[in-house]
Design a binder for this molecule. Sequence first.
Ligand code: GLA
Length: 675
Amino acid sequence: MRNWTEDGIAFGADYNPEQWPEQVRCEDLELMREAGVTLVSVGIFSWGLLEPEPGRYDFGWLDRVLDDLHGAGIGVDLATATASPPAWMSQRWPEVLPVDHDGRRHTFGSRQSWCPSSPVYRERSLALVEALATRYGSHPALRLWHISNELGCHNARCYCDVSAAAFREWLQRRYSGVDALNDAWATAFWSQHYTSFDQVQVPALSSSFPNPAHALDFARFSSDELLGQHLAEQAVLRRVTPDVPTTTNFMVSAGQTAMDYGRWAREQDVVSNDHYLVHALGDPRAELAFAADMTRGVAGGPWLLMEHSTSAVNWQPVNVAKAPGEMLRDSLAHVARGADGVMFFQWRASSGGAEQWHSGMVPHAGRDSDRFREVVELGAVLQRLADVRGSDVEADVAVLVDYQNAWALEAPTLPSARVGHLDVAHQVHRLLCERQTTADVVAVGAHPDDLAEVLARYRVVVVPTLYLCDDATAAAVTAAAEAGAQVVVTYLSGTVDERVRVRLGGYPGAFRDLLGVRVEEFHPLLEGVGTALDDGSTGEVWSERATVAADVEVLASYGDGAVAGSPALTRRALPGGGAAWYVGTTLDDEALDGLLQAVCAAGGVAPAAPATGFVDVVRRRDATTGRSWLFALNHGEETATVRVSGVDAVSGADVDGTLHLAPGASAVVAETPRP
Ligand code: GLA
């Protein structure tokens, strides 16, 4: 298999020279060399130029681009160019355009306007992939195939008739017969009983609430359908160019849950991710850290940051530009968490089109700009980190997440709409980071057969609001606790099975025995209404009426309201040295931090390095040589200190015992080996 990173951390961007006159490329190549660019993604949105009419290809311009990049020593992540079909496609085959939940067919004019189940789209896209693979498979610049682009970003769920037919076929493969479907979907309710698969529709706009099991299966189908497109393109590439690795850029981030990337990651040669800071979030950098840890989790090792931004994006209400040092810090935050490449959207900021106000490595102001000077500095830092490539990230804590759970929690008919599937996971992860404690975010879908084996590696396992939980997942969590891990389960977890059927006999069904907690009734809290716990802390969002088994220690109870006196925080010690902790509400930060500290202490989990201040500290270690690098990123407004010795690749300074890090500054210390 060809090596996509060459010998160091890959550095580059989406490169869209087709947006510019050909002579601009001379300057592009000169500036790329100056910045130390090693890899660029080419051709992502160029189907319309590559195939101006059905079956007539024009590769001349792309030949020249690839030859010039190769001449400049720059590798290419070549797109299959299928992300956005040309105008002729929907003009000739209007049924390719997707239909939204409310029954509106999209028009041509933006991007990614295609139905994931469309046979026409599939046929035309695969013809293009075959033509590209045949033409460029042996091009010396080619390092990696970039399948489509952010599959499902705008067309994740299509509700057209073609999709409905494909959904019915998918259901027929999933269920042995229509009675099995009736049983799984509880269709005795509201007269939804089916006598034939032909009667099943997609869960589009209807008179009242959808059946949650129907909606969940449609979410599963939709993820599988896009994965099917990915696999079809990949099959062509693997047949024509078996030695070239393939990737497709994921969108592991707060807002995107439509694709089960745990499942998808199993199909990748290289896992790559796109990440953008979302300023509407309370703490966008905490979300960055979570997303990067989750990308590593699904990848099972190093991965490629395919896109992030040098500065502002163009798709938020207010597009905040990055302050000096922020781009370096964000880039290193991804490398700290396992990225072996740092790439941006895009190389040169566009002058026209919908993304003309999106930042690039070369801004509108051109080379003579602080932004480009920072890009050059970043390239130099990454070159000094070449040996980090391939090393592991040290983590003793796992946070368990599941896309299927996210889909189940989309239902508009739950006890509370205030429970986001990642809210507690984010809070736990953020508080751990603030204590310099690294967590792996483990996605259930990535481990269909080996979840128990994976969880057995951790001293602490956190299971936050894992509403939908199948028996195998529950068994893996239980096994981890029984083998000695500290397991923390939070409210609503384990209450329904994979058919979203309630586990009866008291919540949290799947974890009731492990925790020794039996919840009789949920008492979700209205916005602005908190609950006081008898240890002085407060809870929000959730409370419940519960009882505990005799061997359970109650750490705190609800102090007021309808459930006063009921246990809110509990711990059950297990014979193997492990313990099962339960958290029945959304704790305030101080209380949850205290609890996590107690859990980490019980599990023997230490921070990556002792530190003061609001500093993110993560260690990567090369398993073969034992060399290690301590990444320290000061997100705070005061100087931070970190206990470490070695040489800082950012400043070049020797660090002897204590690193002093100015506000906003970053360091990567190649650690002095321990004697
Ligand atoms: C996504 C896409 C890019 C670009 C960026 C803008 O990540 O893949 O083509 O639109 O968003 O932030």
